[in-house]
Design a protein. Sequence first.
Lengths: 309, 282
Amino acid sequence: MSAGDGMTTTRRGDALAAARYLAPAALVLVGLLGYPMYQLVLISFYDYGQEQASAGAPLTFIGFDNYQRLFSEPQFWGVLGQTVAFAAACVAGTLLVGGALAVLASRVRAVPRTLLFLAALGAWATPAVAGSTVWLFLFDADLGLVNEVLVGLGIHDMAGYSWTYDKLVAFALVAGEVIWCSFPFVMVTLYAGIRAIPAEVLEAATLDGASTWRATRSVVLPLLRPLIAVATIQSIIWDFKLFTQIYVMTGGGGVAGQNLVLNVYAYQQAFAASDYGLGSAIGVVMTVVLLVVTLFYLRALRRRGEELA
Amino acid sequence: MRWLRRPGRAAAEVLTVVIAGVVAFPLYWMVLTALKPEGEVLSANPRPWTLAPTWDNFHRVLTVSGFGRFFLNSVVVALVVVALSLVLSFLAAVALTRFRFRGRTVLLVMLLVAQMVPVEALTIPLFFVMRIVGETAPVFGVNHLGSLVLVHLAFSLPFAVWMLRGFVAAVPVELEEAAALDGASRFRFTWQVLFPIVAPGLVASSVLSFIHAWNDFLFAKTFVTVEESQTLPLAILVFFKPDQNDWGAIMAGSTLMTIPVLVFFVLVQRRLVSGLAGAVKG
């Protein structure tokens, strides 16, 4: 895969030089990613509350008590379930919108395509906090444009309708914002992939009598599969640990915490309720879930015979 | 791609333009609201234009709440993260592609795994780490910008290294051999030949590091509670009030927060796309 593999002349002292080049990055990653990871697991085994965090009270090792408490908490299972469902909806929406628009972009001329790409670039570039506030304002119950337009269309029930009151509606609103700012990555990636397919390949398929649909399904999709896999995994990782949008748009987890996702839940347990042990246990659960996703990803890569290095 | 061209292209193009309009609309609404006078912002019948644009909202944001200070804080954090991440990730990428040593594949797998780590879950231990760091080096401690620099550097490194790997690997080994024949040391080759060649990759990874640090909300919220070190995302939330949100100010603040990223994006748009493609193909 990489040109480096073709390097036959192994110089002496490579290991030493590599160590020097790697040292600064390694130091940062071990200190600020590796060590905290270890600490996260460690804290989850302790009774770690306000007194321990700020007053230096002695720590008590409590084994799996935090996990036991967490797993016997109905709210945790509810939050876990809705985090998975919410992330799945966001991932599916992002891939569908991004994929469909990539195909659309490949079928139109330069001017409309450029307009679409510029708009997408804008959405992509918008910081999560800014995007969340704009969407909130557009969907504001009294001052929002959306309700006004809907009322104008004759749907009078929408006057003063709150988009963040009902649990599912609030989730849908947040999902809308998330898809809006994350579909551009998928669109740009897949568009580049479509453009990279040699015209001869598709011409050959057409000559063999394949319809557009057939050519798309049997030629384009298999060729794009590696890119689609990458985009899917990136989206899963991104959407599963969403924090900002939920926090800003539902005011920290919605009415009575109905819109909590794992990340916000962990934050609340730790920094609002000062239960750092329980918060860490939630963090460990999140990490394990994402590691499992990663393992599937690595296996999928390997099965296709792709080398890592 | 002749196979895709069908009579329906005109319809497809109209559809494309309409979708572009829908996608861009929230941004338009944000800027428009920021420029509207207060009476129009708080009107129950919002109009998609304004006849009396005003800088009032921007003025209020920039003067009343010390927004300028927050803006500067955000810029400092993002730029320092970009500069450090550039050097560190480039060195690591060179080592991982140009040098042969045992354990290289293991390191690459770890790099991939590191990208999957839900960094948000590390907020709790990192908070304690920063508190300890702050006792010996206050600049990097809690409530100082250094703590934000450190965490964002750590979070942006794995992807930056991963992305640069593809760029460094694409440079032919012959070039290095030729440089070696000419008597250039490996160090000189790395900085004077390799570094400029992989510039597109460096630009792409820098943009991502910048955005990562610029957009951060969770760590800014957790690590910094004193006003003097706060960054933009939190400054915007100040205008959310229980009785009546100051939407004009919120939109003006959001606009100010979005513009630098937008400019950055448009400037490096092409390189960003090729950079991402390079990372994906790696």
